[in-house]
Design a protein around this ligand. Structure first.
Ligand code: PMV
Length: 364
């Protein structure tokens, strides 16, 4: 796969003009989790996610011809080299794919639509938004007529490939509705190198899903995902986990197709708890759930039991609870959130998000 993109890389002289591109990319929430990597940012097991909508990064890149590579990064209007370091490292490590950066001065300006203190990981949305900008610039130089988003062909695959190199889960943020990243026999065309769209393989109910993010704590994570993935290497449960994830992928793909909400709920909750169980039994171990995480989980399960409403939860690598439900239950569930769940949220905060359309060109 690498050779295709190496061959395609724009290797010519950078034209003497400056320009500006801008892309918005959403965050995503995994249902079957990616936890553990191998090689160069390859997943130990396949993962599936919902693409979100309201939680997104909006990134603009101003570029001009220069004698050498120049880079500056502004976050929410202020220069922030620390936040830009991951992008700069990604560019320098992947120069062979983007040789034209050595003739460019890049000014990156990024903002997130979700608050920095909401505990929501921004690397998937910010890295994929940057990659969309980079490919946009490359295609302008190469004079390629393109549509990076909307009509998902080889360009989305390329965007996913480079987003993955920038931050694993970012591979899934360049597709609308749902994406699968990682090779599985259960899905033809799946790959460890890039994600694929599941948009046309899911029952329509899943395109209506809400993700109400219940903020238990806005603190930054006590374990970075880089360190968390690395801890899987010595985890005695790792082989069983990878086998189980593969099984869950197979069963979830079939439930997504048929609209089997019971199986969806079962797998989604089990995956969330497994992710946290893996952290609890790694060495050193981490407990990322807070008392209110458990209070919310118990309330959600009680509500499901009592009202037979098909709601379920998932968790990312942190204490916040993602409440998932189809649109036809939204009225009832929002009442439940306001009446019973907000008391467990930090300052009563929650974010109303839903399944979305993927990347958007901000300067078409
Ligand atoms: O993309 P990373 O390296 O930040 O890892 C993300 C891992 C989880 O968010 C915990 C799970 C996932 O599949 O998104």
């Amino acid at each position: 796969m690498e050779n295709i993109w190496l061959n395609e890389a724009y290797k010519g002289e950078v034209p003497d003009f400056h320009g500006r591109v801008g892309w918005a990319c959403p965050s995503n929430i995994a249902l079957v989790k990616y936890w553990g990597k191998k090689g160069k940012q390859l997943p130990q097991n396949p993962s599936i996610s919902f693409t979100l909508s309201e939680c997104r990064s909006e990134t603009f890149v101003t570029f001009e011809k220069a004698d050498r590579f120049g880079f500056s990064f502004f976050f929410e209007g202020k220069e922030n080299p620390a936040f830009g370091a991951k992008i700069e490292r990604f560019l320098l490590e992947n120069q062979a794919f983007f040789p034209f950066i050595n003739q460019l001065n890049l000014k990156v300006e990024s903002r997130n639509t979700f608050p920095h203190s909401s505990g929501i990981a921004s690397s998937a949305s910010s890295m994929s938004a940057f990659v969309m900008c980079l490919l946009d610039i490359e295609y302008q130089f190469a004079g390629i007529e393109h549509q990076l988003a909307g009509n998902f062909g080889v360009n989305a695959q390329k965007a996913s490939y480079f987003s993955r190199l920038a931050s694993g889960s970012a591979a899934r943020s360049v597709f609308p509705a749902m994406a699968l990243w990682g090779k599985t026999e259960a899905y033809k065309g799946s790959s460890d190198e890039y994600a694929v769209s599941l948009e046309n393989d899911i029952h329509p109910v899943f395109k209506t899903y809400h993700d109400s993010i219940l903020i238990v704590s806005g603190e930054t994570k006590s374990v970075s995902s880089r360190a968390g993935h690395a801890l899987m290497e010595g985890n005695p449960y790792a082989p069983a986990r990878y086998a189980q994830a593969n099984e869950n992928i197979k069963n979830l793909l079939s439930a997504l197709k048929s609209g089997d909400l019971d199986t969806f709920i079962n797998i989604t909750e089990s995956e969330a708890l497994q992710l946290h169980a893996l952290m609890m039994c790694s060495n050193p171990s981490f407990i990322l759930m807070k008392p209110n995480t458990l209070n919310l989980i118990n309330e959600i399960r009680r509500f499901r039991e009592e009202t037979k409403t098909p709601v379920c939860f998932t968790l990312d690598a942190g204490p916040n609870v993602h409440l998932l439900y189809p649109d036809n239950e939204a009225k009832k569930v929002e009442k439940f959130i306001k009446n019973e769940l907000v008391t467990f949220c930090n300052q009563g905060r929650w974010i109303a998000d839903h399944v979305g359309d993927g990347p958007k060109n901000l300067l078409p």
